[in-house]
Design a protein around this ligand. Structure first.
Ligand code: 9MG
Length: 271
């Protein structure tokens, strides 16, 4: 999953149309590099990032969906606002990626009677404040799994088929320490709720690209310096069963996963 942030701080802030043009060029580049899904976001989820008014988010996201919808790549929308979910789905989006796990008023109703996929993420606190407050876990993996299981339950109670749902431990979202984040990565399969008997496991989405958890380990201070670390994290996640990795650096990640895939193939052939 390639990240397409349609926010002025992600591109040169030369006005709405320049941001739109640059976002479309980036989407085309990601498609050429082999992306499987494009995740379009109109509001930054960085800790401390200011909220974006609804009208502004709609104006950023919907034209990009309209421009990309015919290009043969599934489109995911990174939003927690029901109005943006509805407008993006009407424009042809395929998946809603909600960092709030469809907990905000109206979010469940916005997706219930559609066919879109849903990514349900764990987050403690909220983006503006999540790294500032007291963050304590007795058992981070168990608590994340319990949260995701409760959200899956709420979604299915609302009539949403389990097969539409993927789950995400939410790296960096209210995970205060290196131990929290790396326990979640090391034990990634345990973060997903148990499927019903005979049902397929819930696909796991992992998003660590350029995040500070990688800076903590490598000493790389800025997100741009964390490309190699991000690729390593993506491979670790896929090796532990992640079905989707959310990344900025598509070409590098695709190459690394091709190498990982060749090793896996050889391993299976040797059995
Ligand atoms: C929008 N966004 C930023 N980080 C993310 C992550 O780790 N997972 C998901 N699903 N979305 C994310």
């Amino acid at each position: 999953m390639g990240i397409l942030n349609v926010t002025p701080d992600s591109f040169s802030d030369g006005g709405r149309f320049l941001v739109r043009d640059e976002a479309l060029r980036q989407a085309e580049r990601m498609i050429a590099e082999g992306v499987d899904i494009i995740d379009i976001g109109g509001e930054s989820t960085r800790p401390g990032a200011p909220p974006v008014p609804l009208e502004e988010e709609l104006e950023r996201v919907v034209p990009i969906v309209e421009a990309l919808v015919g290009m043969g790549v599934p489109l995911s929308i990174d939003t927690y606002k029901p109005e943006v979910m509805r407008a993006a789905l009407a424009a042809g989006a395929d998946l809603i990626n909600d960092i709030w796990g469809f907990r905000r008023p109206g979010a469940l109703d916005a997706v219930r009677d559609t066919n879109c996929g849903l990514c349900v993420m764990h987050m403690l606190g909220e983006p503006q404040t999540m790294q500032r407050g007291q963050i304590d876990y007795e058992d981070v993996v168990g608590e994340v799994r319990a949260f995701l299981a409760a959200r899956v339950e709420a979604l299915t109670q609302a009539g949403i088929a389990r097969g539409r749902i993927s789950v995400d431990p939410g790296f960096g979202f209210g995970k205060a320490t290196r131990e929290h984040n790396f326990a979640l990565l090391a034990r990634l399969p345990e973060t997903a709720p148990e499927p019903d008997a005979g049902a397929a496991p819930f696909p796991i989405l992992a998003g660590m690209s350029r995040k500070s958890m990688l800076g903590v380990v490598t000493g790389r201070k800025t997100p741009d310096e964390r490309v190699a670390a991000s690729v390593a994290a993506a491979v670790c996640a896929v090796e532990r069963g992640a079905a989707i990795v959310r990344v900025h650096d598509v070409a590098e990640t695709v190459d690394a996963l091709k190498v990982w895939g060749a090793v896996r193939e050889a391993e299976l052939a040797a059995r």
